[in-house]
Design a protein around this ligand. Structure first.
Ligand code: GLY
Length: 442
């Protein structure tokens, strides 16, 4: 029985448009606070407050004004500011973890130490350094290629990997030194080779319920080239797996997430919200690359439209510690983001685009607005997502691509998201690493 009706959604991106849509579909009265008026959310919401999501005092004032029963926190930055704790103190429970628990995402040194002391499966070698000389000699002794990570949130832009953004361990040492001088410390990890995938679960602090796996395309340009972005698109399969992730790999990754929630509970900090595991499927199995303390963007757009269970019921279950079920349609999905030309390094802003919503609807695709305001002016980040849903990945991809034709302006997107060729490339990569498996249908 769902009693909660008034939900305050914090955030105004494509992910939040998908969350808001699922909440309204479940019968919620939706209120939104975000730093811009997302045209999709503005249509769904009964009230809309404009504020930076990290300005927790202002967001709380809107929550009280709107009489919110519960808050749903979209992005990570307000979680880092302790929005869930402050709302809790003011009688508004949140779907989104406390500041301490959100450190799994907001403090990478905390996350690695937490995994280590709790022996969470899917670990990798790491060290945190505050001293340049120690860091340099550890990398020399380690001998294998490394990953250099800033400790805090970087919007996906600060992580550098030897063999990709860094030529060799010499460049890694120079970059790590720069970070120590800037931030006082740096995280160095062993590089893990393989293919990445996203595993999102709902958690009420004790119980977790899995969502279909998804695969994100973080590079700006086709063929996985160009700078790392927030994610240019993603796909998911009707069987909730991915073509290169076996049932056994899936179970191992699920163990990592279960052990994480269990250890958090034992440490006295129950995980209440959405836990996102970014895994690398290596030759040996899934390795946790990073935790996120919220839905992925775009991955939320893959899974939420497939949700058969009421998102209100799930939200209530999360805050009451009484999460029961989350069922999804068995369909494939493809999300493609359209971003302003120049994104992410030098994005065009302040220019209008045209969207023929009716023509998009006729293709069977759905639209999700993101970094774009109500008069369709680009704000500088990923602007609009199109979603194709179908029984097969091929058909979902075709639907998403046909919708793109009805959005005109100074935008670009990746045509290869969810295509047969790009999926096969990932399967081949896993085979080259020495894994033997029969690819799952998608
Ligand atoms: N798509 C990656 C993320 O949401 O962090």
């Amino acid at each position: 029985m769902v009693n909660i009706m008034r939900i305050l959604l914090v955030g105004g991106g494509g992910r939040e448009h998908a969350i808001g849509e699922a909440l309204v579909r479940a019968g919620a009265e939706l209120y939104v606070v975000a730093k811009h008026r997302n045209p999709g959310l503005a249509r769904l919401a009964r009230g809309y407050g404009l504020a930076r999501e990290t300005d927790v005092g202002k967001v709380l004032a809107y929550a009280e004004k709107f009489g919110a029963d519960i808050a749903f926190i979209g992005p990570e930055a307000p979680l880092e500011r302790g929005i869930a704790d402050i709302f809790e103190e003011n009688g508004i429970p949140s779907v989104g973890p406390s500041r301490e628990v959100a450190k799994l995402e907001t403090d990478k040194a905390f996350a690695r130490a937490f995994m280590e002391r709790n022996e969470i499966p899917g670990r990798k070698a790491f060290r945190v350094f505050t001293d340049v000389t120690e860091m340099r000699s550890w990398i020399d002794d380690f001998g294998k290629p490394v990953v250099v990570k800033p400790i805090g949130l970087t919007g996906g832009k600060g992580v550098k990997v030897v063999g990709y953004q860094l030529k060799d361990n010499e460049e890694a040492k120079a970059y790590a030194e720069e970070l120590i001088r800037r931030d006082g410390k740096v995280l160095i990890e062993e590089r893990t080779d393989g293919v990445e995938f996203t595993f999102q679960v709902f958690s009420d602090g004790r119980r977790i319920i899995q969502m279909p796996l998804a695969q994100d395309y973080p590079h700006a340009y086709e063929n996985d080239e160009g700078p790392i972005t927030g994610g240019m698109g993603s796909y998911s399969c009707s069987n909730a797996l991915l073509p290169f992730v076996t049932k056994e790999d899936y179970e191992k990754a699920f163990e990592t997430l279960k052990a994480t929630v269990e250890a958090m509970r034992k440490e006295g900090s129950p995980y209440k919200g959405i836990l996102y595991g970014q895994f690398m499927l290596s030759r040996e199995g899934p390795v946790l690359i990073e935790y996120n303390a919220r839905f992925g963007d775009p991955e939320a757009i893959n899974v939420l439209p497939l949700l058969k269970t009421s998102l209100l019921e799930i939200a209530e279950g999360i805050v009451d510690g009484n999460l029961r079920k989350a069922e999804f349609e068995s369909m494939a999905t493809v999300v493609k983001y359209l971003a302003p030309k120049g994104y992410p390094t030098n994005p065009l802003k302040g220019v209008k685009v045209e969207v023929d919503e009716r023509a998009v609807e006729e293709t069977g695709a759905r639209l999700y607005y993101a970094s774009i305001d109500e008069n369709l002016t680009l704000l500088g980040s990923r602007a609009i997502a199109v979603l194709g849903i179908a029984e097969s990945l091929e058909e979902a991809e075709r639907i998403a691509e046909s919708a793109v034709l009805h959005i005109r302006g100074e935008l670009f997107h990746r045509r290869d998201v969810g295509t047969k060729e790009s999926v096969e490339k990932r399967i081949e990569l896993m085979k080259e690493l020495g894994r033997e498996f029969e690819p799952n249908p998608c």
